[in-house]
Design a protein around this ligand. Structure first.
Ligand code: NAD
Length: 260
């Protein structure tokens, strides 16, 4: 159980982040969620989180491209919950295009959200963890932190970057009861993946069905999508006392993709 701990999960109004928020709430955490979405849906999720945890849950709408908003989010979490014990850097977007047609603003946006936002959240949250000599940072990377796929230049660059950033920060705080790890899922069927199917079909000149079977599941030896609940359970393990010796790691949850 993580009763009494506070957890901040970026990009948690949808998909993997939402699943992680529900899991950490079920273990007793006070949860701050972040991300965009319909206000009614966000209120419904907050209600579910409060019921699951038996304690408070709040939403902060910081845009992960805006450093001042990120720092306000972390400070608000610290003020409202007394600390920031667990930080899950999960917000991320994708864009699929050959590099010579890749929009410059999309490159900048992906690097800002998928990489630089984690620099900002960690530099603001680590002082709280150092004060308590306990903390858990989990950076949601991707199989694309270890291998590449064509037409995903910004995403693959950002995810390789987060793998290096994770190792660096892990070394800096290793003696202060704080672990910093990355997790690297393979394909999980979330809105992020659903949205890239038509673009991948266009970029490769194949059907959407071929994208699912040959490109997405083609990469995963299990021929199954990874499940959100399995990713969330691994995050919960990294937050546990049993995982205090795991730091600077990059845990693949990819159905064997990167074993090939
Ligand atoms: P998703 O699209 O379902 O959710 C993304 C979340 O990020 C949403 O809550 C959205 O509101 C939020 N977000 C987007 N831009 C934001 C911004 N500027 N500021 C704040 N929040 C923002 O995506 P997902 O598939 O659940 O992906 C979550 C993470 O998992 C990403 O980092 C992604 O790269 C990673 N990942 C996903 C897969 C997959 O197959 N789905 C595989 C490996 C890694």
């Amino acid at each position: 159980m993580l009763t009494g701990k506070s957890a901040l999960i970026t990009g948690s109004t949808s998909g993997i982040g939402r699943g992680i928020a529900i899991k950490l709430a079920s273990l007793g955490c006070k949860v701050m969620i972040n991300g965009f979405g319909d206000q009614g849906d966000i209120e419904t999720l907050l209600g579910e989180l409060r019921t699951a945890s038996g304690t408070d849950a709040i939403h902060h709408g910081a845009d992960m491209t805006k450093p001042e908003e990120i720092s306000d989010m972390v400070q608000t979490c610290g003020d409202k919950f007394g600390s920031v014990d667990i930080l899950v850097n999960n917000a991320g977007i994708q864009f699929v295009s050959p590099i010579d047609e890749f929009p410059v603003e999309k490159w900048d946006q992906i690097i800002a959200i998928n990489l630089t936002s984690s620099f900002h959240t960690m530099r603001s949250a680590l002082p709280y963890m150092k004060r308590n000599q306990w903390g858990r940072v989990i950076n949601v990377a991707s199989a694309h932190s270890l291998v590449a796929s064509p037409y995903k230049s910004a995403y693959v660059a950002a995810k390789h970057g987060i793998a290096g950033l994770t190792k660096t920060v892990a070394l800096e705080v290793a003696q202060q009861g704080i672990t910093v790890n990355a997790i690297s899922p393979g394909y999980v069927l979330t809105p992020l993946v659903q949205a890239q199917i038509p673009d991948t079909a266009a970029a490769r000149g194949i059907s959407e069905e071929q994208v699912v079977n040959d490109v997405l599941l083609g990469a995963q030896p299990t021929k199954q999508f990874v499940e959100i609940d399995d990713v969330a359970a691994n995050v919960a393990h990294l937050c546990s006392d049993a995982a205090k010796g795991i730091t600077g790691a990059n845990l693949s949850i990819d159905g064997g993709w990167t074993a090939q």
